[in-house]
Design a protein around this ligand. Sequence first.
Ligand code: PMP
Length: 275
Amino acid sequence: MENVHAVFNGTFDNLENIKISPLSRAYTFSDSVYEVIPFHNAKGIAFDRHIKRLQKSCNSLSILANIDLISKEIIELINKSKFKDGYVYYQVSRGVDQIRSHMFNADISTETFGYVVEHTFEAQSLKVMLCEDVRWQRCDIKSTSLLGNIMSMNNAKNSGCDEVIMHKDRVITEGGASNVFFASNDCVYTPNLSKNILPGITRELLIEKIKASGINVQEGSFKIDDLTDAKSIWLTSSTKGLAQVIEITNQETNIVVDHPLFLECEKIFKNNFLS
Ligand code: PMP
Protein backbone atom coordinates (compact mmCIF):
# COMPACT_ATOMS: atom_id res chain seq x y z
CA MET A 1 0.00 0.00 0.00
CA GLU A 2 1.34 3.44 -0.94
CA ASN A 3 1.54 6.37 1.46
CA VAL A 4 0.82 4.46 4.64
CA HIS A 5 1.58 7.00 7.30
CA ALA A 6 -0.55 5.91 10.22
CA VAL A 7 -1.36 3.00 12.50
CA PHE A 8 -4.47 2.59 14.64
CA ASN A 9 -4.87 -0.27 17.11
CA GLY A 10 -2.15 -2.21 15.32
CA THR A 11 -3.47 -1.77 11.76
CA PHE A 12 -1.45 0.33 9.31
CA ASP A 13 -3.49 2.52 7.02
CA ASN A 14 -3.74 5.94 5.45
CA LEU A 15 -4.58 8.61 7.98
CA GLU A 16 -7.88 9.51 6.29
CA ASN A 17 -9.19 5.93 6.59
CA ILE A 18 -8.88 5.80 10.37
CA LYS A 19 -12.12 6.10 12.32
CA ILE A 20 -12.25 6.59 16.06
CA SER A 21 -15.17 6.23 18.43
CA PRO A 22 -16.52 9.43 20.00
CA LEU A 23 -16.54 7.45 23.25
CA SER A 24 -12.80 7.03 23.10
CA ARG A 25 -11.59 8.47 26.37
CA ALA A 26 -8.89 10.25 24.38
CA TYR A 27 -11.78 12.21 22.85
CA THR A 28 -14.01 12.74 25.90
CA PHE A 29 -11.40 13.22 28.65
CA SER A 30 -7.92 13.49 27.08
CA ASP A 31 -7.34 10.29 29.03
CA SER A 32 -4.22 9.55 27.01
CA VAL A 33 -0.48 10.04 26.82
CA TYR A 34 1.79 10.62 23.85
CA GLU A 35 5.29 10.83 22.46
CA VAL A 36 6.89 12.71 19.61
CA ILE A 37 9.82 10.66 18.33
CA PRO A 38 12.10 12.49 15.90
CA PHE A 39 14.10 10.69 13.24
CA HIS A 40 17.00 11.70 11.05
CA ASN A 41 18.15 9.70 8.00
CA ALA A 42 15.29 7.29 8.82
CA LYS A 43 16.81 6.51 12.23
CA GLY A 44 15.13 7.47 15.51
CA ILE A 45 16.90 10.09 17.62
CA ALA A 46 17.17 8.90 21.24
CA PHE A 47 14.56 6.29 20.37
CA ASP A 48 14.98 4.23 23.55
CA ARG A 49 14.61 7.27 25.78
CA HIS A 50 11.33 8.22 24.10
CA ILE A 51 10.03 4.67 24.51
CA LYS A 52 11.04 4.64 28.15
CA ARG A 53 9.26 7.95 28.78
CA LEU A 54 6.12 6.66 27.03
CA GLN A 55 6.13 3.60 29.27
CA LYS A 56 6.55 5.87 32.30
CA SER A 57 3.66 8.11 31.23
CA CYS A 58 1.44 5.02 30.78
CA ASN A 59 2.47 3.68 34.19
CA SER A 60 1.69 7.02 35.86
CA LEU A 61 -1.91 6.77 34.66
CA SER A 62 -2.20 2.96 34.90
CA ILE A 63 -2.74 2.68 31.15
CA LEU A 64 -1.70 -0.78 30.01
CA ALA A 65 0.58 -0.72 26.98
CA ASN A 66 2.47 -3.34 25.02
CA ILE A 67 5.60 -1.25 24.69
CA ASP A 68 7.52 -3.75 22.52
CA LEU A 69 4.72 -3.80 19.99
CA ILE A 70 4.50 0.00 20.09
CA SER A 71 8.27 0.30 19.45
CA LYS A 72 7.94 -1.98 16.42
CA GLU A 73 5.02 0.04 15.06
CA ILE A 74 6.96 3.30 15.39
CA ILE A 75 9.95 1.84 13.55
CA GLU A 76 7.66 0.47 10.85
CA LEU A 77 5.97 3.87 10.45
CA ILE A 78 9.38 5.49 9.92
CA ASN A 79 10.41 2.82 7.41
CA LYS A 80 7.12 2.75 5.52
CA SER A 81 7.06 6.54 5.19
CA LYS A 82 10.37 6.74 3.28
CA PHE A 83 10.84 10.24 4.75
CA LYS A 84 14.46 11.03 5.49
CA ASP A 85 13.72 13.41 8.36
CA GLY A 86 10.59 13.72 10.42
CA TYR A 87 8.85 12.58 13.55
CA VAL A 88 6.29 10.05 14.69
CA TYR A 89 3.41 11.22 16.88
CA TYR A 90 2.25 8.25 18.94
CA GLN A 91 -0.66 8.31 21.37
CA VAL A 92 -1.81 5.69 23.87
CA SER A 93 -5.25 6.18 25.30
CA ARG A 94 -7.20 4.31 27.91
CA GLY A 95 -9.70 3.12 25.32
CA VAL A 96 -13.38 3.24 24.51
CA ASP A 97 -15.87 3.18 27.37
CA GLN A 98 -19.54 2.20 27.07
CA ILE A 99 -20.68 5.42 28.72
CA ARG A 100 -18.85 8.64 29.39
CA SER A 101 -17.91 8.40 33.03
CA HIS A 102 -14.93 9.83 34.90
CA MET A 103 -14.36 6.49 36.60
CA PHE A 104 -13.21 4.14 33.90
CA ASN A 105 -14.17 0.55 33.34
CA ALA A 106 -11.24 -1.64 34.32
CA ASP A 107 -11.73 -4.04 31.42
CA ILE A 108 -11.55 -1.67 28.44
CA SER A 109 -8.74 -2.17 25.91
CA THR A 110 -5.99 0.36 25.37
CA GLU A 111 -6.31 2.33 22.12
CA THR A 112 -3.19 3.27 20.18
CA PHE A 113 -2.64 5.67 17.33
CA GLY A 114 0.49 6.81 15.55
CA TYR A 115 1.29 8.77 12.43
CA VAL A 116 4.39 10.03 10.75
CA VAL A 117 5.12 13.60 9.68
CA GLU A 118 7.89 14.83 7.41
CA HIS A 119 9.90 17.55 9.15
CA THR A 120 13.21 19.27 8.57
CA PHE A 121 15.25 20.26 11.57
CA GLU A 122 16.06 23.83 10.68
CA ALA A 123 17.30 26.49 13.08
CA GLN A 124 14.47 28.62 14.43
CA SER A 125 14.59 32.02 16.11
CA LEU A 126 11.73 32.70 18.46
CA LYS A 127 9.88 35.70 19.78
CA VAL A 128 8.41 34.70 23.13
CA MET A 129 6.10 36.00 25.82
CA LEU A 130 6.36 35.35 29.56
CA CYS A 131 3.18 34.09 31.16
CA GLU A 132 1.94 32.62 34.41
CA ASP A 133 1.95 28.81 34.33
CA VAL A 134 -1.73 27.93 34.68
CA ARG A 135 -1.34 24.16 34.30
CA TRP A 136 -1.98 21.26 36.66
CA GLN A 137 0.54 19.81 39.09
CA ARG A 138 1.68 16.76 37.09
CA CYS A 139 3.32 18.35 34.08
CA ASP A 140 5.99 15.61 34.27
CA ILE A 141 3.48 13.22 32.67
CA LYS A 142 3.37 13.57 28.88
CA SER A 143 -0.41 13.69 28.80
CA THR A 144 -2.52 14.92 25.89
CA SER A 145 -4.40 17.16 28.38
CA LEU A 146 -2.70 20.35 27.25
CA LEU A 147 -5.32 23.07 27.68
CA GLY A 148 -3.07 25.26 29.85
CA ASN A 149 -0.34 25.13 27.21
CA ILE A 150 -2.88 25.72 24.45
CA MET A 151 -4.43 28.79 26.12
CA SER A 152 -1.05 30.38 26.82
CA MET A 153 0.46 29.60 23.43
CA ASN A 154 -2.54 30.96 21.55
CA ASN A 155 -2.53 34.16 23.63
CA ALA A 156 1.12 34.45 22.62
CA LYS A 157 0.28 33.78 18.98
CA ASN A 158 -2.36 36.52 19.05
CA SER A 159 0.36 38.89 20.25
CA GLY A 160 2.65 37.91 17.39
CA CYS A 161 4.81 35.49 19.41
CA ASP A 162 6.03 31.99 18.57
CA GLU A 163 6.26 30.49 22.07
CA VAL A 164 5.86 31.24 25.77
CA ILE A 165 8.12 30.91 28.78
CA MET A 166 5.96 29.99 31.74
CA HIS A 167 6.56 30.75 35.40
CA LYS A 168 4.92 29.85 38.72
CA ASP A 169 5.15 32.85 41.06
CA ARG A 170 8.09 34.15 38.99
CA VAL A 171 9.97 30.80 39.11
CA ILE A 172 10.63 29.63 35.54
CA THR A 173 9.05 26.30 34.65
CA GLU A 174 9.26 25.61 30.90
CA GLY A 175 8.13 26.65 27.44
CA GLY A 176 4.65 25.90 26.10
CA ALA A 177 6.08 22.96 24.16
CA SER A 178 9.76 23.08 25.11
CA ASN A 179 12.30 23.32 27.93
CA VAL A 180 14.13 26.53 28.79
CA PHE A 181 17.90 27.17 28.87
CA PHE A 182 19.81 30.39 29.37
CA ALA A 183 23.46 31.35 29.55
CA SER A 184 25.41 33.98 31.38
CA ASN A 185 28.93 34.17 32.86
CA ASP A 186 30.15 31.17 30.84
CA CYS A 187 27.57 28.91 32.47
CA VAL A 188 24.42 27.30 31.10
CA TYR A 189 21.35 27.21 33.35
CA THR A 190 18.09 25.26 33.13
CA PRO A 191 15.24 24.60 35.57
CA ASN A 192 15.71 21.36 37.51
CA LEU A 193 13.33 18.44 36.95
CA SER A 194 10.17 18.50 39.05
CA LYS A 195 6.49 17.70 38.69
CA ASN A 196 6.12 21.17 37.14
CA ILE A 197 8.03 20.37 33.96
CA LEU A 198 8.26 17.67 31.34
CA PRO A 199 11.58 15.81 31.48
CA GLY A 200 12.47 16.74 27.91
CA ILE A 201 14.61 14.27 26.01
CA THR A 202 16.36 17.09 24.11
CA ARG A 203 17.06 18.79 27.47
CA GLU A 204 18.54 15.55 28.85
CA LEU A 205 20.70 14.88 25.76
CA LEU A 206 21.95 18.45 25.61
CA ILE A 207 22.92 18.53 29.29
CA GLU A 208 24.82 15.23 28.93
CA LYS A 209 26.68 16.25 25.80
CA ILE A 210 27.64 19.80 26.76
CA LYS A 211 28.77 18.68 30.23
CA ALA A 212 30.94 16.04 28.58
CA SER A 213 32.58 18.72 26.48
CA GLY A 214 33.47 20.77 29.55
CA ILE A 215 30.70 23.38 29.57
CA ASN A 216 29.46 24.30 33.03
CA VAL A 217 25.75 23.44 33.40
CA GLN A 218 23.62 24.20 36.44
CA GLU A 219 20.14 22.80 37.02
CA GLY A 220 18.20 24.71 39.64
CA SER A 221 15.37 27.04 40.52
CA PHE A 222 15.54 30.27 38.53
CA LYS A 223 13.42 33.38 38.50
CA ILE A 224 12.21 35.27 35.45
CA ASP A 225 14.44 38.16 36.61
CA ASP A 226 17.44 35.89 35.87
CA LEU A 227 16.42 36.09 32.22
CA THR A 228 17.09 39.85 32.22
CA ASP A 229 20.80 39.23 32.86
CA ALA A 230 21.04 36.29 30.45
CA LYS A 231 23.23 36.76 27.40
CA SER A 232 21.46 33.97 25.55
CA ILE A 233 18.16 32.14 26.01
CA TRP A 234 17.04 29.11 24.04
CA LEU A 235 14.27 26.53 24.06
CA THR A 236 14.66 22.82 23.36
CA SER A 237 12.34 20.18 21.96
CA SER A 238 12.43 17.13 19.72
CA THR A 239 11.03 19.06 16.76
CA LYS A 240 12.72 22.44 17.39
CA GLY A 241 16.13 21.16 18.51
CA LEU A 242 17.74 24.26 20.04
CA ALA A 243 15.78 27.38 19.15
CA GLN A 244 17.21 30.76 20.07
CA VAL A 245 14.98 33.33 21.77
CA ILE A 246 15.58 36.64 20.05
CA GLU A 247 13.05 38.69 21.97
CA ILE A 248 10.86 38.50 25.06
CA THR A 249 8.04 40.89 24.34
CA ASN A 250 7.05 41.58 27.95
CA GLN A 251 10.46 41.64 29.65
CA GLU A 252 13.71 43.54 29.22
CA THR A 253 16.60 41.35 28.18
CA ASN A 254 20.26 41.73 27.30
CA ILE A 255 20.29 38.93 24.76
CA VAL A 256 23.16 38.74 22.30
CA VAL A 257 21.91 36.97 19.17
CA ASP A 258 24.21 34.11 18.16
CA HIS A 259 26.08 34.29 21.46
CA PRO A 260 29.20 32.05 21.26
CA LEU A 261 28.00 29.79 24.10
CA PHE A 262 24.70 29.16 22.33
CA LEU A 263 26.46 28.46 19.05
CA GLU A 264 28.78 26.00 20.77
CA CYS A 265 25.88 24.15 22.43
CA GLU A 266 24.02 24.06 19.12
CA LYS A 267 27.08 22.67 17.35
CA ILE A 268 27.58 19.96 19.98
CA PHE A 269 23.91 18.98 19.69
CA LYS A 270 23.95 18.86 15.89
CA ASN A 271 27.22 16.93 15.73
CA ASN A 272 25.81 14.29 18.06
CA PHE A 273 22.28 13.93 16.79
CA LEU A 274 21.87 15.41 13.36
CA SER A 275 25.02 14.48 11.47
N1 PMP B 1 7.99 20.63 27.64
C1 PMP B 1 6.79 20.53 27.03
C2 PMP B 1 5.58 21.07 27.70
C3 PMP B 1 6.71 19.94 25.76
O1 PMP B 1 5.52 19.82 25.14
C4 PMP B 1 7.88 19.49 25.12
C5 PMP B 1 7.82 18.90 23.74
N2 PMP B 1 7.18 17.68 23.71
C6 PMP B 1 9.10 19.60 25.80
C7 PMP B 1 9.11 20.19 27.06
C8 PMP B 1 10.39 19.11 25.19
O2 PMP B 1 10.47 17.71 25.27
P1 PMP B 1 11.31 16.87 24.21
O3 PMP B 1 12.68 17.45 24.19
O4 PMP B 1 11.30 15.49 24.77
O5 PMP B 1 10.62 16.99 22.90
